[in-house]
Design a protein around this ligand. Structure first.
Ligand code: NAI
Length: 294
């Protein structure tokens, strides 16, 4: 067991996930340094944090004193050298291998040799990202779910070269955040998305084959299996373009035919039927949050 203690956490990229991750660490007493690519993006990240914690206050989940303390623990920078004292840095920049590798390589020369470098990637190879470090054993996947402040589950991803102490320490850190970590190997989709998207894709194939109506497929899983939403309604919520990209990436990496995107999915994406966000997917909507109308 390693002796690492963590006090300063770096978060690179303060978009949807990074801002949420920064909030989670600050809420649990860690000092956080958030790094973005320019001042405008810093301001967006800061506004995201303000908005999210305002909502927590309104819902009675956070006092205004605690909100002030939480926000006071987060500092912002556009220069990555601000991360020199960080013990643990998680990157949550765009899902691009090149961008993530360049961040890891930059961080490698800034943080101490003991610091852990974590990636929040959903579908890229953590192993490939780790090759950008001179110490790939310190790189680990820490896959938060969206929204990070709410979702209690985190997948901690080990590569074949992740040092056992790094894995143990990353898992212990996730537990300190009040979240439940699970550990898995490095494959696109990890545990949850591998299983979920295989299932969603199967539902699409069933619909495409005219085996049952969309309503009956969804009802079977809601009423028969107790799922909160049916698979086709869930796909409309995720966005058919996003679902297609995730399936395609998993299929290209794992060659598991469960993940070969059902052809109709691509056709619907090409036709602009992306789900709720465009008003039409498997169902038709009046607006992004409206109930089904057709
Ligand atoms: P996003 O597009 O909302 O945020 C990405 C942020 O990275 C942007 O604010 C951008 O300005 C910043 N960025 C880009 N290059 C940078 C650089 N060189 N230095 C500093 N910041 C930089 O993306 P999102 O959705 O937050 O996703 C981030 C990561 O988290 C991706 O790897 C994604 O696959 C993963 N993820 C996303 C989930 C989701 O539901 N959105 C869920 C779990 C993981």
């Amino acid at each position: 067991m390693s002796e690492r203690t963590f006090s300063t956490i770096g978060v690179v990229g303060l978009g949807t996930m990074g801002a949420g991750i920064a909030e989670v660490f600050a809420r649990n007493g860690f000092n956080v340094v958030g790094v973005e690519q320019n001042d405008e993006a810093v301001e967006r990240g800061r506004a995201h944090l303000q908005h999210s914690t305002d909502r927590a206050v309104k819902r009675g989940k956070l006092s205004t004193d605690d909100q002030d303390a939480l926000l006071g623990r987060i500092s912002f920078a556009t220069d990555p050298t601000a991360l020199k004292d960080a013990d643990f840095v998680v990157e949550a920049v765009v899902e691009s291998l090149d961008v993530k590798k360049s961040i890891v390589s930059t961080l490698d020369d800034i943080v101490s040799p003991d610091a852990i470098l974590a990636t929040n990637t959903s579908s890229l190879s953590v192993t490939e990202i780790s090759t950008a470090s001179k110490h790939p054993g310190r790189v680990v996947g820490v896959h938060f779910f969206n929204p990070a402040p709410v979702q209690a589950f985190v997948e901690v991803v080990r590569t074949v070269v992740t040092e056992p102490e790094v894995l143990d320490d990353a898992r212990a850190l996730v537990e300190k955040l009040g979240k439940s970590p699970v550990v898995c190997g490095d494959r696109a989709g990890f545990i949850a998305n591998t299983l979920l998207f295989g299932y969603l894709n199967h539902a699409v194939a069933m619909f495409e084959g005219h085996y049952a109506t969309r309503e009956d497929i969804d009802a079977a899983m809601r009423l028969g299996c107790g799922y909160p939403m049916g698979p086709l309604a869930l796909l409309d919520l995720i966005g058919l373009d996003t679902a297609y990209e995730i399936l395609d990436t998993m299929y290209r990496q794992g060659r598991d035919r469960l993940h070969a995107p059902a052809p109709i999915l691509k056709q619907m994406v090409t036709a602009g039927m992306l789900g709720r966000k465009t008003g039409r997917g498997f169902y038709t909507y009046e607006g992004p949050d409206s109930p089904v109308v057709v």
